[in-house]
Design a protein around this ligand. Sequence first.
Ligand code: DAT
Ligand code: MG
Length: 173
Amino acid sequence: MHVWHGGHAGARAGLARRRDYKGDMEQTLVILKPDAVQRGLIGRIIARFEDKGLRIVAMKMMTISRELAGKHYEAHQGKPFYPALMDFITAGPVVAMVLAGPQAISVTRALMGPTRGWEAPPGTIRGDFGVSATCNLVHGSDSPESARREIALFFGPEEIVDWEPADVRWLGL
Ligand code: DAT
Ligand code: MG
């Protein structure tokens, strides 16, 4: 990693010393669910994460098998909505990705909005694009433990790409 030399415009703006960029990074698993893909919303949803400054460090299109769906949603087994959830999440291709950034887990959840589309406020992904509780467009891990577990279900370590955006210092990272 290269350091930021003094004398640039940013240094004059008081940003000469960077914080440790890696220090408080989190990673989270995001899935653009089959409804997002079928409705042609991949680009618009990803744009919200990019606009916020989250960094895509892994991404692929895939169809989730019932086996993987069962592992991913194992905490929900036995709940009334579980069969519909299994059918939905395996019904067509998804885009799975790992996002990285400061507090990436809670930042992603805030951008998504609450689970049920009819409760999600305008300005959130779920609030702007749907009214359903099942077809709610996007998954995001809900804790560091979930993120670690879910990322390992969907991605091998070799699929996660460590890169640094050119504008990182202007995002306060
Ligand atoms: P979230 O996806 O917001 O983390 P969750 O983990 O509680 O929500 O549930 C996982 C998914 O299960 C959710 O995205 C959609 C489905 N689900 C949850 N509660 C539901 C409900 N009451 N009716 C229908 N589907 C539901
Ligand atoms: Mg959840």
